[in-house]
Design a protein around this ligand. Structure first.
Ligand code: ADP
Ligand code: MG
Ligand code: MG
Ligand code: MG
Length: 402
């Protein structure tokens, strides 16, 4: 019975759920189900009707993390994810999976199966190129970040959204894992042995870095600028040649707009560092690195262009139209994006959650070198953030440290 109380479903439960609660498949259709999740917190089920080839995805939030029963996170995050998928489809049509339904008892939602796409992190690790990605992600970012902000929305209406998307438990995960633990010798960190001394000398013992990350943490917690996706790394992007889809917005809340932009850039940099150590053929390597440099530059440049253009179309708030305000506002988003690029680069090396781009570098000397590059680039992004404004600036920071 799915109508009285919550339980975590197995594959057979999901088939029963789909047959009794949804009208997506014909009555009595023969269905197959497999759990395909790879994350920490949630269960993702793919249900297929072999006869027709039609399929659907059910994502259920578990009450505890899959790695440890003592790590509890409220399954209400599935409500936030469901609301965001709907909202993003209105704000940036075509860039999210089609949303079908949300079930507040089972804490699950039903969405379009994107199995014809590929997770972008995986695709970049096999050196694939996506010429439309910068175009797509910059539209998604400009639309979702500007249209949910006070410069476009009625201020009361916007505060209602702030309330609706208050997300204290997932914010706490970010506050701890991104903004706190990586910057001191915290027990929960997961440091690669060969990199430890470098981290101690250049991260944990750097007082200026400690001060700057403290400022950034309180900025993250107190600046209700835009409704963020909140977890926009390349594992939350499904991609193929002509299509980009953003999934997994369960971390959504009102925070500094630069947070999402910085996460995208940092994860392109992880792919860049991976490629620089794993592509053996020099001309192929140079070509792929050039592609990623251009992509980073384009993401930032197109984001700014689209954000400013959308501003001219949508902003009617008198104060926001004061000459010079628009430019100041965009600049400060770029500075925040630079800072978050740096935080993400550091925390994925030092903290508990690593990225495959780096952990898959099998030669341990290479991995240590790769990690030092990420940390050096990351630190520069944090410390120099007020000077970083354009796509070229972002690429320059990367090229100066590799
Ligand atoms: P988590 O919050 O646990 O990280 P995700 O939403 O990122 O969950 O999904 C985990 C994995 O499940 C993805 O990496 C992808 O392989 C698969 N998945 C998620 N959503 C879909 C979808 N709509 N279509 C196909 N596969 C999906
Ligand atoms: Mg995942
Ligand atoms: Mg998630
Ligand atoms: Mg995920």
């Amino acid at each position: 019975d799915f109508t009285t109380s919550y339980f975590t479903m197995n594959e057979q439960d999901v088939v029963d759920y789909v047959q009794s609660k949804l009208d997506f498949f014909a009555h009595n259709a023969e269905l197959e189900c497999r759990e395909i999740g790879d994350g920490n917190l949630n269960y993702v089920f793919r249900v297929v009707e072999p006869k027709s080839g039609r399929s659907i995805i059910i994502k259920q939030a578990g009450p505890v993390a899959r790695i440890s029963d003592s790590f509890k996170v409220s399954p209400d995050r599935n409500r936030i994810e469901s609301e965001l998928l709907k909202l993003h489809d209105e704000l940036a049509p075509g860039f999210v999976p089609i949303f079908y339904s949300y079930d507040p008892i089972m804490n699950c939602c039903v969405m379009e199966d994107l199995s014809d796409h590929e997770i972008m992190r995986t695709a970049l690790l096999s050196y694939k190129k996506f010429p439309l990605f910068a175009e797509h992600i910059s539209t998604f970012l400009a639309n979702t970040l500007l249209l949910t902000s006070d410069v476009v929305m009625g201020h009361k209406e916007k505060k209602e959204l702030v309330k609706k998307f208050i997300n204290p438990e997932l914010c706490e995960i970010t506050e701890d894992l991104v903004y706190t633990e990586p910057f001191y010798d915290c027990e929960q960190n997961d440091v690669f042995e060969g990199t430890k001394e470098f981290i101690r000398d250049h991260i944990w013992n750097d007082k200026q870095l400690g001060l700057e990350t403290a400022k950034l943490k309180f900025e993250f917690m107190t600046n209700t600028q835009s409704l963020l996706h909140g977890d926009l790394h390349t594992g939350s992007i499904f991609i193929k040649e002509n299509s980009t889809k953003i999934i997994d917005p369960e971390f959504a809340f009102y925070g500094p707009a630069g947070y999402d932009v910085g996460n995208v850039v940092a994860n392109l940099i992880f792919a860049y560092v991976n490629a620089s150590f794993t592509i053996v053929d020099e001309s192929k390597r140079e070509e792929y690195l050039g592609y990623l440099e251009q992509t980073i530059e384009d993401v930032i440049r197109l984001f700014q262009e689209k954000f400013l253009q959308l501003w001219d179309e949508k902003v009617a708030e008198k104060t926001a139209m004061v000459p010079g305000f628009k430019e100041t506002y965009v600049n400060s988003i770029m500075n925040d994006a630079a800072a978050v690029t740096g935080l993400e680069l550091c925390r994925r090396i030092i903290g508990i959650a690593h990225v495959k781009d780096i952990t898959s570098i099998s030669n341990s000397n290479d991995r240590v070198q790769a990690e030092k590059i990420c940390l050096t680039v990351g630190k520069t992004f944090i410390l120099e953030r007020s000077q970083i404004k354009t796509g070229e600036d972002f690429v320059k920071v990367l090229l100066e440290s590799v």
